[in-house]
Design a protein around this ligand. Structure first.
Ligand code: FES
Length: 150
């Protein structure tokens, strides 16, 4: 079957299997910035934005994404670079595998919650795991980013 996505601002058509997940569709079509960490909806490495909200692309059937706006880091390069700079300044960049998913979630957080509390930030980020366990530095980087970008 065919689906249509607005991918990073461009209308695209994809041929998919009925039981295919968005992560597979994207990676099979060379969108390799979307990472496959666990393939079991637990790590957040595969996060993309669907109509501006973070979703785990390994748990969204591609057919369900038909007609939706999908954003990966490729569509938000300037914003992701800014977020990455804050991570770098706090020493929160380690192996980097979680960075793309985490950056998209931070971007969505900034647009969804105004003046979030520490608990709200932690709750929002809970689906993005870091295998290097750099959570403290990441939290500081996210707080600094949100403060500067108010
Ligand atoms: Fe989707 Fe881990 S690859 S949550």
């Amino acid at each position: 079957m065919k689906i249509k996505l607005n991918l990073n601002g461009r209308d695209r058509e994809f041929e998919i299997a009925q039981n295919e997940y968005l992560l597979e569709t994207l990676r099979n079509n060379h969108i390799t910035s979307v990472k496959n960490g666990c393939d079991k909806s637990t790590c957040g490495a595969c996060t993309v934005l669907m109509d501006g909200k973070p979703v785990l692309s390994c748990s969204v059937l591609s057919a369900r994404a038909d007609g939706h706006k999908i954003t990966t880091v490729d569509g938000l390069q300037k914003e992701v670079e800014e977020i990455s700079d804050f991570f770098g300044e706090e020493g929160a960049d380690q192996c980097g595998f979680c960075n793309t998913g985490m950056a998209l979630t931070v971007y969505a957080l900034k647009h969804e919650l105004k003046n979030p509390t520490d608990e709200q930030i932690k709750d929002y980020m809970v689906g993005n795991l870091c295998r290097c366990t750099g959570y403290h530095a990441q939290f500081k980087a996210i707080k600094s980013y949100l403060e500067v970008k108010k």
